[in-house]
Design a protein around this ligand. Structure first.
Ligand code: HEC
Ligand code: HEC
Ligand code: HEC
Ligand code: HEC
Ligand code: HEC
Ligand code: HEC
Ligand code: HEC
Ligand code: HEC
Ligand code: HEC
Ligand code: HEC
Ligand code: HEC
Length: 320
């Protein structure tokens, strides 16, 4: 632009006195032309917009799209007047509705997998600020608080909370946008669990049928539970859900016990106080006695998933 003016200065026609007097007029005309060009140049138009909308681009993380000018997205705003004139159907003078607006620059296929987060359909700005943000990835707030703006936080707390949930790593199991797996999971069951829990811990000569079938969630909650070890019920009741028969006849020691079998893990009525208390597991300090005291829940080299063989099993607890 400066070159243009400099070249204008060198033009021989300006040697004539009449034109020379006209020169200041021509010069300002040239400036007007130049500033018209400037206004169409998005970068400096952005500066113009920011004189009034400064706070939009102030935060630590700024959307790279802003460098291309406000009017890459707000194509239908005429800001020469305030309030601005808006044309087009999309709100706020935008070139398109969301998410189409964002797909103009961001690969659509990433958001079009078989399972799409309903929040994406509601618009990307439910989670991202389109201009700038104090949080990484332009997020409105950090994960997990972001998730709790729409999902009830109470469902992610309880007496036992899964470690990655407790530290807010929702992204370790869910894609926030879309996934080929149901529930936006980053991997299928049970492979998802094995990304953090070593698979060989669930093996043995005998693998419990629901574990072999990958049904970890048949017994555990993925986020949090009111019962120990993320179980969705009292531990004994989890087992009885599928093995109701066990309770119908004396179990394990019917021949020995005059009382009709070994206790299974139900609370016992105390002699003095008459209140019912759960028994402790003599072999595992701090744990409650129940089916899992004699059986491994996942797998074992012993038959019947037992924690010991023959009399050895009894001796884990009855040491005499
Ligand atoms: C990547 C596209 C994009 C760019 C670039 C962009 N905007 Fe926006 N802008 C949006 C979207 C989307 C909304 C609507 C947000 C909503 O409804 O939640 C918006 C809303 C606004 C609003 C309404 C108030 C608000 O905060 O929601 C103003 C003002 C605004 N933009 C100004 C600007 C200015 C000034 C620039 C340049 C510095 C700019 N925009 C650049 C996408 C963009
Ligand atoms: C002279 C100050 C000023 C300038 C310059 C300015 N704006 Fe605004 N803008 C405002 C005010 C005041 C409002 C709120 C009133 C309104 O809704 O129009 C506003 C509102 C907006 C909105 C929201 C409209 C809506 O539907 O809610 C957008 C988007 C916007 N401006 C974009 C821009 C862009 C893009 C530019 C630069 C091309 C720009 N503004 C330049 C003062 C300004
Ligand atoms: C005009 C092009 C353009 C449009 C339209 C656009 N973006 Fe971007 N966006 C970019 C570029 C360029 C980057 C930086 C390179 C990258 O990360 O892909 C970026 C990066 C991002 C990032 C990552 C920021 C970071 O710090 O890593 C997010 C989140 C984002 N955009 C969201 C959106 C949303 C939401 C919309 C729609 C409201 C949108 N973009 C529309 C060009 C655009
Ligand atoms: C439910 C909230 C939510 C919605 C809705 C959402 N995002 Fe995101 N987005 C996130 C989170 C969380 C991250 C950070 C992921 C990470 O750090 O691994 C992210 C990251 C991104 C990134 C940068 C990192 C990357 O994966 O490349 C882009 C770009 C992006 N989102 C674009 C969009 C667009 C475009 C839309 C709308 C089609 C959208 N997002 C809708 C939550 C959301
Ligand atoms: C803007 C609101 C909003 C935000 C923020 C949001 N979600 Fe959602 N999410 C929804 C809606 C709506 C549904 C569908 C209804 C439902 O299942 O509750 C949904 C469903 C889900 C589902 C189940 C998907 C399915 O296929 O059944 C998962 C998983 C999920 N969200 C995870 C997240 C995570 C992780 C975050 C934080 C990164 C998050 N959401 C943030 C609105 C939101
Ligand atoms: C260890 C992996 C893991 C982590 C971490 C995790 N989730 Fe999930 N989430 C799952 C699994 C597995 C399901 C599917 C449950 C089912 O199918 O019954 C699920 C389901 C969901 C659903 C759908 C509602 C439902 O119960 O079916 C939402 C919403 C959700 N998760 C949100 C979140 C949020 C928010 C966070 C972070 C606070 C989070 N998840 C962390 C594994 C996880
Ligand atoms: C992102 C890593 C990660 C993934 C994925 C994951 N876990 Fe965990 N899980 C942990 C960590 C860390 C702990 C706590 C340390 C430990 O006990 O190993 C834990 C502990 C547990 C516990 C014991 C909780 C307690 O209170 O003692 C159970 C049960 C569990 N996970 C089940 C699952 C199931 C089922 C899945 C698949 C749906 C899964 N985990 C996926 C990281 C993960
Ligand atoms: C039949 C119900 C059941 C199934 C299915 C099941 N679990 Fe468990 N799981 C339990 C019980 C009960 C415990 C507590 C055992 C105890 O009392 O020590 C447990 C404990 C755990 C623990 C805590 C550490 C440990 O070994 O004591 C993790 C981690 C775990 N399970 C992960 C998984 C994963 C991953 C799957 C799927 C591959 C799975 N579980 C399938 C019932 C089950
Ligand atoms: C989701 C249903 C389900 C739950 C919950 C469940 N089981 Fe099983 N269990 C099965 C199935 C199916 C089999 C294999 C069929 C059979 O032998 O009856 C099995 C077999 C067994 C066996 C016999 C294994 C063998 O080698 O003969 C034992 C012992 C056992 N389960 C103990 C438990 C214990 C202890 C719990 C609680 C931690 C439990 N089960 C919870 C479904 C379940
Ligand atoms: C004191 C240890 C002990 C406790 C507690 C215990 N079991 Fe057993 N269980 C055994 C032994 C020993 C066997 C093997 C009996 C046999 O092979 O004849 C067995 C066998 C089984 C079998 C295989 C088929 C059958 O019915 O005999 C199942 C299923 C089973 N138990 C489930 C359970 C469940 C469910 C609970 C809790 C409600 C439980 N067990 C509590 C020791 C125990
Ligand atoms: C995991 C620990 C554990 C194992 C293994 C175990 N027991 Fe027990 N046993 C207990 C507990 C706890 C009680 C209840 C004590 C009480 O009532 O205070 C009990 C009670 C008994 C009783 C008394 C029955 C009653 O109703 O008062 C007999 C008999 C018995 N066990 C025999 C056996 C035999 C035989 C085996 C091997 C097959 C065995 N136990 C394996 C923990 C165990």
């Amino acid at each position: 632009m400066r070159n243009f003016i400099r070249r204008a200065n060198r033009l021989p026609v300006f040697a004539y006195p009449a034109y020379q007097r006209l020169f200041p007029v021509l010069k300002s005309l040239a400036f007007a032309l130049v500033s018209l060009f400037c206004f169409q140049d998005h970068a400096s138009a952005k500066e113009a917009c920011l004189t009034c909308h400064e706070s939009l681009a102030n935060e630590k993380v700024v959307h790279a799209a802003l460098k291309m000018g406000c009017q890459t997205c707000h194509t239908a705003i005429d800001a020469r007047e305030v309030p601005h004139k808006k044309s087009g159907k999309a709100p706020r003078g935008l070139s398109a509705d969301q998410p189409g607006l964002c797909y103009g620059c961001h690969d659509k296929t990433r958001f079009m997998k078989p399972h799409v987060h309903a929040a994406v359909g509601m618009g990307c700005t439910g989670c991202h600020n389109p201009h700038s943000s104090k949080n990484p990835k332009l997020l409105l707030s950090e994960v997990p608080d972001l998730c709790y703006t729409c999902h009830d936080k109470k469902k992610f707390s309880g007496k036992s909370v899964h470690a990655p949930v407790g530290i807010g790593m929702c992204g370790s199991c869910h894609d926030p946008h879309a996934s080929k797996n149901a529930k936006l999971l980053t991997a299928e069951q049970p492979d998802l669990c094995f990304t953090c829990h070593e698979q060989k811990g669930f093996g043995g000569k005998n693998i419990h049928a629901p574990v072999a079938g990958g049904m970890c969630l048949g017994c555990h909650r993925p986020h949090a539970a009111e019962f120990p070890v993320l179980l969705h019920k009292e531990p004994m009741d989890v087992c009885l859900e599928c093995h109701a028969d066990v309770r119908k006849k004396p179990h394990a020691v019917s021949g020995f016990s005059p009382l009709g079998g070994h206790p299974l893990g139900e609370p016992k009525r105390m002699k003095q106080s008459r209140e019912r208390k759960y028994l402790d597991d003599p072999s595992r300090p701090g744990r409650r006695f129940y089916c899992g005291s004699c059986h491994f829940p996942h797998g074992s080299d012993n038959p019947r998933l037992l924690r010991g063989t023959d009399f050895g099993l009894c001796q884990i607890c009855h040491k005499k």
